[in-house]
Write a protein that binds this ligand. Structure first.
Ligand code: 3PG
Ligand code: MG
Length: 396
């Protein structure tokens, strides 16, 4: 953890703790579709409460511009209480004298959930005066929101300079897992990077080629690289204007001694649709009226074989259009191979960011990877080698 202070040995009994956590769960038609973030946040909340702190939970939901009743966090009270096994009190604002009074009225071991911190536009401006009002909610500050640490906001950044600050258990776990994967990994290190577009992952690829021994590129973004190598990719998703950039990344990789693995065969179809008639072709023979929708089986087998020689794997993004069958095959195959190596103790596997978790869950391996990050954007920015403001602010 380097220069972070964590919760070990910290006496919080009787203290009010401002706990920045991330309960920004996915919601569809008014129902939470995935409780993972609440479950992963529970460890720190329970620990602080059990140690007798007054736990003041500060978090955001969605991207409101000012007070937006639809984005109230009150719906989180019940699932949170159920998951931590303790009552959760509610406070309908995160700042102001009534909110401060509510934190002081908490019993030791009590948990108070505050209304959406983004209802105050000053939050996203990292406003110092707003940070001071947040700091009045507690005697110390714990940041457990790695997944919001790429935001320099008042509740993630400025407040850390106002109160004695500590990393929570989930923050600590995320940083340790990411450190083991890229900062001081056991070598050889492989990265699997997929997803639709190269344009969203240029910095990420540029950073990774300097750090890993082998970079597997899949998904739509592989098409841009194939095109840069002179292959015709037909109707495939392809950012032709980025061919030069793709060639630069390949040149940088070669200089750094990083082997880039592109598909040698591909699953092609005439349309982006479930069960569209498809066939496997070499990447040099993609018909003009077809599109690549998955990495081919020979390539997937080759990737799995290469993983046998690796000690560490970082995974971000699917290898094909995994949401529609049968174009989930390569993602499933390679994910299951990585999971099997993990279970055998031969490979450390760390995954995160956007679609990745659903792709791995779809493959049925989300419990078999060594670590799956709760973070989307923050995981990507970390893969880009950026300093995350919420993490940097804890380093004092
Ligand atoms: C997330 O869901 O990625 C985090 O909670 C951060 O949310 P944001 O992207 O709206 O800042
Ligand atoms: Mg995000």
């Amino acid at each position: 953890m380097g220069s972070f202070a964590g919760l070990d040995g910290l006496d919080v009994a009787g203290n009010r703790v401002v706990l920045r956590t991330d309960l920004n769960v996915p919601v569809k038609d008014g129902a939470i579709t995935d409780l993972t973030r609440i479950e992963r946040a529970a460890t720190t909340i329970k620990e602080l409460a059990e140690k007798g702190a007054k736990v003041v939970v500060v978090c955001h939901f969605g991207r409101p511009k000012g007070v937006t009743p639809d984005l109230s966090q009150k719906f989180l009270v019940e699932p949170l209480a159920k998951i931590i096994g303790r009552p959760v009190a509610w406070c309908d604002d995160v700042a102001g004298p009534n909110s401060v009074a509510a934190t002081k009225a908490l019993p030791n071991g009590g948990v108070l959930l505050m209304e959406n911190v983004r209802f105050h536009p000053e939050e996203e401006k990292n406003d110092p005066a707003f940070a001071r009002s947040l700091a009045e909610l507690g005697d110390l500050y714990v940041n457990d929101a790695f997944s919001a640490a790429h935001r320099a906001h008042a509740s993630t950044e400025a407040i850390a300079r106002l109160l004695p600050s500590y990393a929570g258990r989930l923050m600590q776990a995320e940083l340790e897992a990411l450190g083991r994967a890229l900062e001081h990994p056991e070598k050889p290190v492989a990265a699997v990077v997929g997803g639709a577009k190269v344009s969203t992952k240029l910095d990420l690829l540029g950073n990774l080629v300097a750090k890993v021994d082998m970079l597997v590129i899949g998904g739509g973004m592989a098409n841009t690289f194939l095109c840069a190598q002179g292959h015709e990719v037909g109707k495939s998703l392809c950012e032709r204007d980025l061919a030069d950039t793709a060639r630069e990344i390949m040149a940088k990789a070669e200089k750094a001694g990083c082997k880039i693995i592109l598909p040698t065969d591909a699953v092609v179809a005439g349309a982006f649709a479930a069960n569209a008639p498809s066939k496997v072709v070499p990447v040099s023979e993609v018909p003009g009226d077809q599109m690549i929708l998955d990495t081919g089986p020979a390539s997937a087998a080759e990737i799995a074989k290469l993983l046998d020689y690796c000690k560490t794997l970082v995974w971000n993004g699917p290898l094909g259009a995994f949401e529609i069958e049968p174009f989930d095959a390569a993602t499933n195959f390679v994910a299951r191979a990585a999971a099997a190596l993990t279970v055998e103790g031969k490979l450390l596997t760390v995954a995160g960011g956007g679609d990745t978790v659903s792709a791995l869950a779809h493959a049925g391996v989300e419990d078999k990877f060594s670590y799956i990050s709760t973070a989307g954007g923050a995981f990507l920015e970390w893969l880009e080698g950026k300093d995350l403001p919420g993490v940097a602010a804890l380093k004092n």
